[in-house]
Design a protein around this ligand. Structure first.
Ligand SMILES: NC(=O)c1ccc[n+]([C@@H]2O[C@H](COP(=O)([O-])OP(=O)(O)OC[C@H]3O[C@@H](n4cnc5c(N)ncnc54)[C@H](OP(=O)(O)O)[C@@H]3O)[C@@H](O)[C@H]2O)c1
Length: 296
């Protein structure tokens, strides 16, 4: 479904959050000559969000603010209120205030980790029409509560991210995280290759598309496959061990979502705009080729 303001001419983008994904979106928009404002507002504050929106009068809002937990999602178990503020109250504020101010279009970077597929389960990939349910950790629960709270707003484009991968060696890049582990879990699942998908997010935002999209590349990736590509392209000396899901869960405070999502809706929609969503393997190879060319 397309919202109002379909033309990209004269658009002003206001971005909440200033992290890994926000800065990649900012750079892409600036490369396209777009006007971009990076907001420093705390999104749990309705007053700050309202003030930013009335001051800058954006035509497009992109919410990349949120917490994933540092060093990992177990942080959220011990910081429940902070997690609710950033992941539940914040997005609801942003979407609701934008709605109140005249249905300003919001692109929200949410999470795919609201489904769970057990190893060996033969079920098909989760579609946007499947009711999300996974709340094994406080992080997952915050993402689930958030999606359930905001999903009916007509000004919302919600992109469900999982294991973001990009051609930059940032600490939040799933590749960088894996390279820092001695042991990795050998499971396959969905992943978000930002290098391929973020230009698509901008197309959807510019055209005022709304609704929920599994923001992942079609197919599955495995951590071992990523390490093999890393060894082939950028880290010939890289070594690793694998452990099982049970072994990994034994050292974590809370369970993790493991899931495969269906990317057909995203692929079909972006095809309408002439943009190709690449298969996981192809998109990943492209990332490693760029990293190798950079000599990282
Ligand atoms: N697997 C997944 O489910 C998954 C994976 C990747 C990303 N995501 C989500 O996608 C979004 C962007 O990810 P990212 O990788 O760019 O994360 P990131 O690098 O950690 O950046 C998050 C940004 O949000 C800001 N922030 C956090 N709470 C805020 C608040 N209450 N008000 C204003 N700003 C706040 C942080 O600023 P401060 O540090 O100053 O607080 C930081 O600039 C996040 O919401 C993330 O959780 C989900």
């Amino acid at each position: 479904m397309a919202a109002t303001n379909g033309s990209s001419q004269g658009q002003v983008f206001l971005i909440f959050g200033n992290g890994f994904i926000a800065n990649q979106i900012k750079d892409l928009l600036l490369q396209e000559g777009k006007k971009v404002i990076m907001s420093r507002a705390r999104i749990e504050s309705r007053e700050q969000v309202l003030s930013e929106l009335t001051k800058h009068t954006p035509t497009r809002v992109i919410n990349c603010a949120g917490v994933r937990g540092t060093p990992n999602a177990d942080w959220c178990e011990d910081h429940k209120i902070e997690t609710v503020r950033s992941n539940v109250l914040g997005p609801l504020n942003v979407v609701d205030v934008c709605h109140e101010l005249g249905n300003i279009h919001v692109t929200h970077l949410g999470s795919a980790c609201i489904y769970n597929t057990l190893p060996g389960d033969e079920r098909p990939p989760w579609k946007e029409t499947d009711e999300p349910f996974f709340q094994g950790s406080w992080y997952n629960r915050s993402r689930l509560l958030s999606e359930l709270s905001i999903r009916h707003y007509p000004n919302l484009l919600l992109l469900r991210v999982r294991l973001p991968i990009a051609a930059v060696m940032h600490k939040d890049n799933h590749i960088t995280r894996l390279l820092g582990f001695r042991k990795i879990i050998d499971l396959t699942g969905s992943g978000t290759v930002l290098t391929n998908l973020l230009p698509g997010a901008i197309i959807l935002s510019e055209h005022g598309e709304t609704g929920i999209y599994n923001f992942v590349n079609p197919g599955e990736i495995s951590n071992v496959e990523i390490m093999e590509l890393a060894k082939q392209y950028i880290r010939p000396e890289q070594e690793w061990d694998t452990f099982t899901l049970d072994e990994m869960l034994a050292i974590l405070k809370a369970p993790r979502a493991h899931c495969v999502l269906d990317a057909t809706k995203l692929q079909d929609k972006l095809r309408e705009y002439g943009y190709a969503v690449k298969d996981q393997r192809e998109a990943l190879e492209e990332v490693f080729q760029i990293l190798a060319a950079k000599g990282v």
